[in-house]
Design a protein around this ligand. Sequence first.
Ligand SMILES: NC(=O)c1ccc[n+]([C@@H]2O[C@H](COP(=O)([O-])OP(=O)(O)OC[C@H]3O[C@@H](n4cnc5c(N)ncnc54)[C@H](O)[C@@H]3O)[C@@H](O)[C@H]2O)c1
Length: 377
Amino acid sequence: MDEIRIAVVGLGHRALHWIRLLERLDGYRVVAVCDPIERLLEPALAALKNRDGVRRTTQYAEILADDTVDAVALCVRCQEQGALAAMALEAGKHVNSEVPAAHTLEDCWRIVLATERSGCIYQLAEQTRYWGFVDAWRQIVAEGQIGRVTFCEGQYIGYYGTRLFFRKTENGSEPTWLAQMPPIHYLPHELSPMLKVLDDRVIEVTAMGTGSPSYAHPEIEAPDIQVALMKTEKDAVLRMAAGFTQPVSHARGHHWYQVMGTGGSVEWSRSGRERPKMWRAGAQMHDMAEMDWRFERNDAPAEARASGHGDADYYVHAAFRDAVFGHKELSFDVYAAMDTAAPAILAADSIETGTHLRVPDFRPSAHRALGQSPANE
Ligand SMILES: NC(=O)c1ccc[n+]([C@@H]2O[C@H](COP(=O)([O-])OP(=O)(O)OC[C@H]3O[C@@H](n4cnc5c(N)ncnc54)[C@H](O)[C@@H]3O)[C@@H](O)[C@H]2O)c1
């Protein structure tokens, strides 16, 4: 195989960005586009430079039955996102899925089992883990420069107005899944980079949130803020927060991270005027020092430049392509992907039930052979 014949499914604004990126990268050919909303098919085709023979359909089942489709680029925004990924794997297609991976624990397991049983590649296209500062922090932690990590924070307080919460219909508009989704389900952009920095996984979760509907936009059902406390296997405590209706300044940015250890700390900038910072105990430092860490990597290849999100969007497509071709195994494999999705889903369950929950390890073990359902699934 020298070309991945890929179908793009879910044709919102994100898919249009993917279509343009996929055409720019070697090794991909977009062969089909799919969305249940028919009027979105033409704009998706129009985004392609080479649209000869590209099939269009409103039926996902047609994509799954199509032998000329090797892989599915899943850009849907819906509660069934995880089930749709699993269905493609079960049909023998590789899957590159937008974040978050799934909205139920059952769908997380279904993705894992379908990946194991099919031998296909499943990638969660979480790109922030490729940011330059994430690798810098990972190295700092690995070298013990800030001692043993005790505390880590991540938050995605993303405010984009109300546009993404409603979609046009023939009779007016209806809420999208974002308007109903517990915001904390969207933690993969925090957990993916921070678990990479910590080389760790979450084992316990508890969480709280403000009430529904939003105080800032009462026409939206989703609460403004949800916050989870998590415990990791290496005994660090994480505070992870998400909200998409809470107004915040754009200059401040939507994401914020901090890692504290027994020997110092690193943190992201709090405003557009600030720089990220670092402090080391025992290094004669009276205050935190400003650091020139950025999203952009200084070793990015030319194709990565301007690919989106501080050049990071390129990397998920390059990694998926290399894994499908068998050139390089995914470092962010299906298990690491579920390490970012399951704690987020359980955080929402914790808010709903007021309980403290344990997070399963999706990897095969003495209790679960490869491809076998877990006993207590
Ligand atoms: N990684 C990132 O930085 C990033 C940025 C934005 C969005 N996203 C993710 O990308 C995805 C798409 O986001 P968007 O803003 O384009 O959403 P959107 O709501 O604009 O578009 C999603 C599309 O999915 C379609 N869809 C829903 N259910 C479907 C189904 N069963 N089969 C096929 N299509 C279906 C909808 O009809 C809609 O057209 C979401 O998962 C979102 O979380 C990721």
